[in-house]
Design a protein around this ligand. Structure first.
Ligand code: 5AD
Ligand code: SF4
Length: 468
């Protein structure tokens, strides 16, 4: 799942006396946390006079916010850099300047390589150092040489970032946790994002209230390991995610809450209970399992079994009977046999997922699995992925078809693809299209679902029949 988004559109605070006379173009790859981080980089650069722009052509600064989770990421970054180099040269030939920065997980993992292969890059910065960006921009402008900042600083970046200023729209993201201490065999995150860290309760509540005041009606809490969040409360105690969700649900005007991405080991009983208690907490959870084989789960260092996962799913559904599940799967991890793969298919049949993401294992340099023996041949990985995805597609289609005839509360998020259409999301995160006025954007309305398609629903505005 690679998202390429451009121009996140931060709006400088009205009280900001700074002249916004420089242009910043942001290119963002990867997860929602990167999208959120890009907004924060825009915030941190606004006091220096940088306003976001949608194209790199006239930009004074271009930041590539990169993702390293699966392969080919670094190559995409280098080919984008090649294109930007030409623009930078053009700017310089015309007597101007363009600062080129590489941020995110590729910067963290391959900082030295970037400067060796693309010496025209001015700044390389890892995800933990965004609060130091203004300092680095000043340094790059002064010294003219490259600035590299990929340490894990002792301070937490969130304590040093300015307050988020950008409005995000009807649905908003809010990072509450970063980093991971789990060290799954295949994953770069513990190396690129560092150790687990949680934002304190007060900071999360303040940002959530601000988002709602700016018009957001749904907030998705983000973290690489979001349900490992344990934040300091004002009274000095430590809260878990269940307690935080209860508090957030009390913010007037906030209609929906979600959180992602969770680890099965951190689904504690209080969080599971919260799903039964909080109407605003949506009955949909992305809970990656990766494999259904205990042998593979052990090799992956997941520290849970298939039965543990099924037990968590059972408890969630006991707490909230309509709970819909999503997951991530990896096929072809080193050592995966046909029997292991079959066990994954069996787990999928038992859970019945509403949607899921699935990937071929790709060796990531520096992770334990990359050097492991018994790498699975590429053709076999391809075959397994096709079989797995066919089953997941079938389940998603069945889940969507089961919505036909139901009336679901839909949060309208924006105009639809066709004229006259509006679009939104069901509680189970299904995209829904219907004919309706744009004045409904930002409201939750009952929608009669007329058809459940492969990956979306279509419906009609529900009108109660006048009683006789
Ligand atoms: N190969 C394939 N998939 C991976 N993921 C993480 N690392 C790898 C890798 N080396 C997948 C996992 C994770 C998702 C975000 O990306 O399924 O949950
Ligand atoms: Fe990566 Fe998630 Fe495992 Fe952490 S728990 S190492 S982020 S796959």
């Amino acid at each position: 799942m690679t998202v390429l988004q451009t121009g996140q559109g931060a709006v400088p605070a009205a009280s900001n006396p700074v002249r916004m006379n420089k242009r910043l173009h942001m290119i963002t790859w990867g997860c929602q946390m990167n999208v959120y981080d890009s907004l924060r980089m825009e915030d941190v650069l606004a006091p220096l006079g940088y306003a976001p722009t949608d194209t790199p052509d006239q930009a004074d600064m271009v930041i590539l916010n990169t993702c390293h989770i699966r392969d080919k990421a670094a190559e995409k970054v280098f080919s984008e850099l090649g294109r930007l180099r030409l623009l930078k040269l053009e700017r310089e030939a015309a007597g101007g300047k363009m600062i080129l920065a590489v941020a995110g997980c590729v910067a963290q993992a391959e900082g030295a390589e970037i400067l060796a292969r693309a010496p025209y890059v001015d700044i390389v910065l890892g995800p933990q150092t965004y609060h130091r960006l203004p300092e680095m921009v000043a340094q790059a402008a002064r010294a003219g040489g490259a600035v590299i900042e990929t340490d894990f600083p002792a301070e937490q970046k969130f304590d040093f970032l300015p307050e988020a200023s950008a409005a995000q729209g009807v649905t908003a993201f809010l990072t509450i946790q970063e980093g991971c201490d789990k060290f799954c065999s295949f994953c770069v995150v513990p190396y690129t994002r560092g150790a687990e860290a949680s934002r304190p309760v007060v900071a999360v509540l303040a940002e959530a209230s601000r988002l709602v005041a700016q018009g957001s009606r749904e907030i998705t809490l983000l973290g690489q390991n979001v349900n490992a969040w344990h934040g300091e409360a004002p009274d000095g105690s430590t809260w878990g995610l269940g307690q935080l969700l209860r508090e957030l649900a009390a913010i007037p005007g906030l209609l929906r809450l979600r959180y992602t991405t969770s680890h099965p080991r951190d689904m504690d009983n209080d969080l599971i209970a919260a799903h039964g208690e909080i109407p605003a907490l949506m009955p949909f959870l992305h809970l990656p399992v990766q494999s259904g084989s205990d042998r593979m789960l052990a090799a992956m260092n997941r520290k849970h079994t298939a039965a543990d996962y099924l037990s968590v799913v059972g408890k969630l559904r006991a707490s909230r009977p309509d709970m819909a599940l999503s997951s991530d799967f990896i096929v072809g991890h080193p050592g995966e046999t046909e029997a292991d793969f079959e066990a994954t298919l069996e787990l999928i049949r038992q859970v019945k997922f509403a949607q899921a993401f699935s990937f071929k294992y790709s060796p990531r340099p520096g992770t334990p699995a990359s050097g492991a023996p018994l790498q699975v041949p590429e053709a076999e990985k391809d075959r397994r992925l096709q079989v797995l995805q066919a089953l997941l597609r079938e389940q998603q289609a069945a889940f969507n078809a089961a919505s036909e005839g139901l009336t679901l509360p839909i949060l309208v998020t924006g105009p639809g693809r066709r004229p006259g259409q509006i679009g939104g999301r069901s509680p189970y995160l299904q995209p829904v299209h219907l004919i309706g006025p744009e004045s409904l954007i930002g409201t939750e309305i009952p929608v009669r679902i007329v058809s459940g398609n492969a990956s979306s629903l279509s419906g009609t505005l529900y009108q109660e029949r006048a009683s006789a």
